[in-house]
Design a binder for this molecule. Structure first.
Ligand code: ADP
Ligand code: MG
Length: 263
């Protein structure tokens, strides 16, 4: 190819923000000559890196925007640790069909049983699959919702969340709920119902949520509606990974003397 045309082509690639393609052009053309690559192979070779790089960058941005407190994945989850866990159910959920079906997922279990780890793992996988995700600790979400009352931005806030096909609300636990919290939570779930999926984790029984939210009757109605379409992962009396996991005080494995000596 005449070198001025080659330069022109590189210029166009750069203009189209295909910088990696522009950079690799010489090398790939040379290889194409040497290895007698076909036209399609040549183009494939040229475009593949750029596509992969962009995909990775997009995932990275979605993970950042989700605001996970830390990164956890299914890869670091020990599937054998928790005898109470319905592993086939969780692995099936990990296929993420529940997001397209806009169905809620409720993870219940005592502290340390892996609820947050699983919730984040679903979230990270959703980011990898192209979904927008937002993670909130329940009490931060309630605080944010409550704050919207002051400047009348509740609707805008809810609409913003509804643009996320997956919302994770982690750790619904005891806190001093006001009646407004129940109303706002009701509005939130109403706005998402059948449109977008929500993962909720809690160390309380569902029957105790009314006390948390400050309105028992309204919460009962809310729970009815939520549970009707929800997948419930109930870890019941699961073991705590914090105390019984490999690094925990009740670990079954032999521990290094220096660490035991501290106790
Ligand atoms: P929960 O949210 O139920 O209180 P977490 O998910 O925060 O519990 O788990 C507590 C800690 O133990 C976290 O660091 C988590 O990564 C880890 N953990 C829990 N279950 C497992 C598991 N089955 N395999 C690997 N790590 C686990
Ligand atoms: Mg947790």
């Amino acid at each position: 190819m005449a070198s001025d045309k080659l330069e022109q082509l590189k210029g166009y690639f750069n203009e189209l923000k295909l910088n990696a393609v522009a950079q690799r052009l010489d090398e790939v053309l040379e290889r194409a000559d040497k290895e007698k690559l076909g036209r399609v192979e040549l183009l494939l070779e040229l475009v593949r890196d750029e596509a992969l790089r962009r995909h990775e960058r997009a995932v990275e941005l979605r993970v950042q925007a989700a605001k996970f407190p830390e990164t956890k994945t299914f890869d670091t989850f020990d599937w054998n640790f928790q005898p109470e866990l319905n592993v086939p159910q969780v692995k099936d959920l990990a296929e993420l069909r529940f997001i397209d079906e806009a169905r809620p997922v409720v993870l219940l279990g005592k502290p340390g049983t892996g609820k947050t780890h699983l919730a984040i793992s679903f979230g990270v996988r959703a980011c990898q699959s192209g979904y927008r995700v937002r993670f909130y600790k329940a009490k931060d979400l309630f605080r944010a919702l409550y704050a919207t009352l002051a400047d009348d931005t509740t609707e805008r806030f809810l609409a913003g969340l509804t643009r996320h096909p997956l919302l994770i609300i982690d750790e619904l636990a005891y806190f001093k709920g006001r009646p407004e919290h129940a109303y706002l939570f009701f509005d939130l779930l109403q706005a998402r119902s059948e449109k977008a999926s929500t993962i909720l984790t809690s160390n309380l029984r569902v029957s105790e949520w009314g006390d948390v939210l400050g309105d028992v009757k309204l919460t009962a109605a809310l729970v009815d509606r939520l549970m009707y379409r929800a997948h419930v992962v109930n870890i019941k009396n699961g073991r705590s990974y914090r105390t019984e996991g490999p690094e925990g005080p009740n670990a079954k494995t032999v521990r290094a003397p220096s660490r035991t000596a501290k106790r």
